[in-house]
Design a protein around this ligand. Structure first.
Ligand code: NAD
Ligand code: G6P
Ligand code: MN
Length: 441
């Protein structure tokens, strides 16, 4: 019998943790575990989720050990899998990432544009520290990372730990889209075999095959052009997400080759997006008033009634399912296909080797074995190269503490595209991030 897993969830107090815990109880057949630890730097925030977890596991898997802690030694010793989803600076800093750009007529978004830059510069520091801490106590553990902006985190970790082959950066948006395609054309998304290429939050589906090898992409495209685009869990989605998914139709009409990742709208239509964003009430406010409240109030309610049996705490199954299924595929050498972030190394033959590409890969005990893409067209190559240069310069700005590289990065970002605007926003973000960024010289 193969050894069961010992898992730690970093960012235990995340709004996504209950969903991951539930997914773990659901997938024990493919991913058995005997110990789970939540780890966070915020003891009080994590305790609320921890109390929910205690009840959930007592009811669903009484044999496993479940603890929550803020002690790194206790959290990272002898673990097999680290699931990571931290947010350096929390929602208050996300709110600044979104509002400061908007006050200068620039896109304010969690992972795209100047907001994503600011968040990236914060995440890199804590993610490097996390990998160092884990490796001291669990040199062989798989680190599966959701922490955003995943594109920048992936590139920075690859620069700092080039020989560490057990760090895998993932994003649930491709799978959210696949689930949505299934809803639109009334097919089971589990049967889809996608091909995809791009950077994180900056990519395209080139085919969506079914089990018999039929390419469903034309059908999905035609359906969207006729009827618009609704996400899989539309009934539970906030208005801003419905607006986001609605833009898929515009993108397909303008660029009909492929099916785009929703985040491309910020780069393709920055002026339009800017006109729709409210500078006084951004997505961070919507999340603080919505998901964060709901998750924490529900955990508190469960702790009071003492049972999680009738709870609807999970707001999006895709997120928890993906990380557990990714872990299961590595653990059990299942070689299932996932869209993940890996070093390019020729996968797209006309892009740089060191680029961290998001692509379909077979995932087994040996890690991701990506499927070759070959050459991509000029439009996609041009867009990706600009964004890649921005991401790389962001990481270099952090590691070299370089103001000039930060300015170059922001000037290159398509949502800014002007050096004077880039300097103004950079100076404002430096001031807002004094507690988090290195001093740029
Ligand atoms: P959240 O603020 O609710 O949760 C983050 C938690 O991380 C908090 O409890 C916080 O105290 C903790 N934390 C902060 N710094 C830490 C550190 N250095 N070590 C350990 N814990 C730390 O945020 P959320 O909205 O639940 O999102 C969590 C993260 O997951 C974010 O980075 C978010 O962008 C990311 N995310 C990524 C994807 C993806 O597709 N890759 C999908 C969803 C969420
Ligand atoms: C998608 C993206 C994530 C993002 C998440 C939540 O799943 O892939 O990268 O963090 O949405 O965004 P929200 O605005 O709801 O916090
Ligand atoms: Mn993502």
């Amino acid at each position: 019998m193969k050894k069961k897993n010992n898992i730690v969830i970093v960012g235990g107090g995340s709004t996504w943790s209950p969903g991951i815990l539930k997914a773990l109880t659901k997938h024990q057949d493919i991913f058995p575990f005997d110990k789970i630890t939540l780890y966070d730097i915020d003891e009080k925030r994590q305790e609320v989720i921890g109390k929910f977890g205690e009840i959930l596991f007592r009811e669903e898997t009484p044999d496993i050990e479940f603890i929550y802690t803020t002690d790194k030694e206790e959290a990272f010793r002898d673990v097999d899998f680290v699931f990571c989803q931290m947010r350096t600076g929390g929602y208050p800093m996300r709110e600044k990432d979104e509002k400061i750009p908007l006050s200068m007529d620039l896109i304010g978004q969690e992972t795209c544009g100047p907001g994503g830059f600011a968040y990236g510069m914060r995440s890199i520091r804590d993610m490097i520290e996390l990998v160092e801490d884990v490796r001291k106590l669990s040199p062989e553990a798989w680190i599966l990372n959701y922490t955003n902006p995943a594109a920048i985190v992936a590139h920075a970790l690859n620069m700092v730990f080039p020989d560490d082959k057990r760090i895998l950066n993932i994003c649930d948006q491709p799978v959210n889209l696949l689930r949505s395609f299934g809803r639109l054309i009334n097919r089971d998304f589990n049967e889809f075999e996608p091909t995809y290429f791009g950077l994180n939050h900056f990519g395209w589906f080139t085919h969506v095959y079914d089990k018999e090898g039929n390419d469903l992409l034309p059908e999905i495209k035609n359906y969207t052009i006729k009827n618009g685009f609704l996400p899989v869990d539309a009934e539970q989605r906030d208005q801003s997400w419905l607006d986001t998914y609605a833009m898929v139709e515009d993108m397909i009409k303008d660029f009909p080759d492929y099916l785009p990742n929703t985040y491309l709208q910020y780069y393709l239509y920055p002026e339009y997006k800017l006109s729709t964003l409210d500078p006084n009430y951004t997505r961070a406010n919507e999340v603080m008033d919505g998901r964060e409240k709901r998750v924490f109030e529900e955990c508190e309610r469960i702790a009071q009634v003492g049972t999680a049996k009738d709870s609807h705490i999970v707001h999006n199954d895709a997120h928890g399912d993906m990380i557990v299924e990714v872990a299961a595929s590595i653990y059990g050498n299942l070689r299932k296909t996932f869209i993940v972030i890996v070093q390019n190394n020729g996968i797209v033959s006309n892009l740089p080797n060191d680029l961290m590409i998001e692509v379909a890969a077979s995932l087994g005990a040996n890690g991701p074995q990506p499927y070759a893409v070959g050459e991509i067209g000029t439009f996609y190559k041009g867009l990706i190269e600009g964004q890649y240069a921005y991401e790389k310069l962001t990481c270099e700005a952090y590691l070299e503490k370089s103001y000039t590289k930060a300015l170059q990065a922001l000037t290159l970002n398509r949502t800014i595209g002007d050096a004077k605007k880039a300097r103004n926003i950079l100076d404002a973000l430096i001031e807002a991030n004094v507690d988090y960024w290195p001093e740029l010289k």
